[in-house]
Design a protein. Structure first.
Ligand SMILES: *[C@@H]1O[C@H](CO)[C@@H](O)[C@H](O)[C@H]1NC(C)=O
Ligand SMILES: *[C@@H]1O[C@H](CO)[C@@H](O)[C@H](O)[C@H]1NC(C)=O
Ligand SMILES: *[C@@H]1O[C@H](CO)[C@@H](O)[C@H](O)[C@H]1NC(C)=O
Ligand SMILES: *[C@@H]1O[C@H](CO)[C@@H](O)[C@H](O)[C@H]1NC(C)=O
Ligand SMILES: *[C@@H]1O[C@H](CO)[C@@H](O)[C@H](O)[C@H]1NC(C)=O
Length: 260
């Protein structure tokens, strides 16, 4: 008898847990739509960041203000943004169904789950709505992480920006085995140091030879991109005021709530 009870229990349990629970999680179109919605919304703060980066590059390397070397970062962002963002939101944080086992082993949805406002962290629309401030943080941080990756010196996009800036500069590279190597290097340091003391000299450029040193140029470019650009991001989104410029709470909640 007991065996049959256990068997009956197992059958019920299996039937319940294997039933297609199609309506309970944010899957397929729900995931792609929400991710794409964020990418579309972020286009505006992205443009602000890229414009400011171009300005920083122009100032630092004495480029014409119409030079758009940051476009290489924008292109690289476009290639990776969807996969990066989807991964940051869904498998990494909002995943699984909200159902919880009861004493008799069946699974039930807690109140508000999967919709409309589910106080359990899981991959359902109601959970995304309830934990919207976390979702907002995740998308902001994912962007910051993407920018950090794209501006690493060994990344293709960094090298593309470098080529672009060098093409826009009138100065040529210094000959490697120059007779004045030793003197050049000390002058280079002098130029490098005087910049921080406020005199207008330009990254890695040896004034007399009118050429630039590749290593110092690359360091300076790295500094502009990693420090100035990445560090501008919280300001662009207004992180001090709850990321209000990268929130879009009403419209995004409306999109999420469209998935039942
Ligand atoms: C998401 O879905 C909504 C409603 O179907 C639609 O209006 C919106 O354009 C979609 N957004 C994206 C980015 O696909
Ligand atoms: C900056 O560029 C302008 C023209 O693009 C040039 O006239 C000026 O001499 C440059 N300044 C320096 C310090 O290289
Ligand atoms: C299991 O318990 C829940 C309440 O906790 C009840 O709603 C459900 O009907 C029960 N299911 C079975 C198969 O006994
Ligand atoms: C969002 O991030 C900020 C800054 O890191 C933090 O203070 C805040 O607690 C986070 N909010 C949530 C809901 O995780
Ligand atoms: C944030 O958005 C407001 C309103 O759209 C705008 O006036 C403000 O300049 C933005 N802040 C930043 C730091 O871009």
């Amino acid at each position: 008898m007991r065996f049959y009870n256990v068997l009956a229990f197992l059958c019920t349990f299996l039937a319940v847990s294997l039933l297609p629970q199609s309506a309970s999680a944010c899957e397929g179109p729900c995931i792609t739509n929400i991710t794409n919605e964020y990418i579309e919304r972020y286009a505006t703060p992205m443009k602000t960041l890229m414009d400011r980066t171009n300005l920083q590059l122009a100032t630092r390397f004495n480029l014409s203000s119409s030079t758009n070397c940051a476009s290489h970062l924008k292109d690289a962002y476009t290639k990776v943004a969807y996969a990066f963002l989807e991964n940051a939101i869904f498998p990494s944080y909002f995943h699984g169904k909200c159902q919880q086992p009861t004493a008799n082993g069946t699974l039930v949805d807690p109140p508000g789950c999967p919709n409309p406002d589910c106080p359990v962290v899981c991959g359902t629309p109601g959970s995304l709505v309830h934990f919207f401030p976390v979702l907002r943080n995740i998308t902001f941080k994912a962007h910051e992480d993407i920018f950090t990756l794209l501006t690493k010196q060994d990344s293709e996009s960094f090298q593309d920006v470098k080529t672009c800036v060098l093409d826009a500069m009138p100065t040529k590279k210094c000959p490697k085995e120059s007779a004045h190597d030793k003197r050049s290097i000390s002058r280079l340091f002098a130029a490098h140091i005087s910049r921080s003391s406020g005199r207008r000299t330009y990254s890695g450029i040896l004034p007399r030879e009118n050429c630039y040193d590749d290593a110092i140029f690359e360091q300076d470019l790295f500094y502009v991109l990693q420090h100035n650009m990445v560090q501008m991001w919280p300001g662009v989104c207004d992180a001090r005021n709850g990321l209000r410029n990268c929130s879009w709470e009403k419209p995004i909640k409306a999109v999420i709530s469209g998935f039942k």
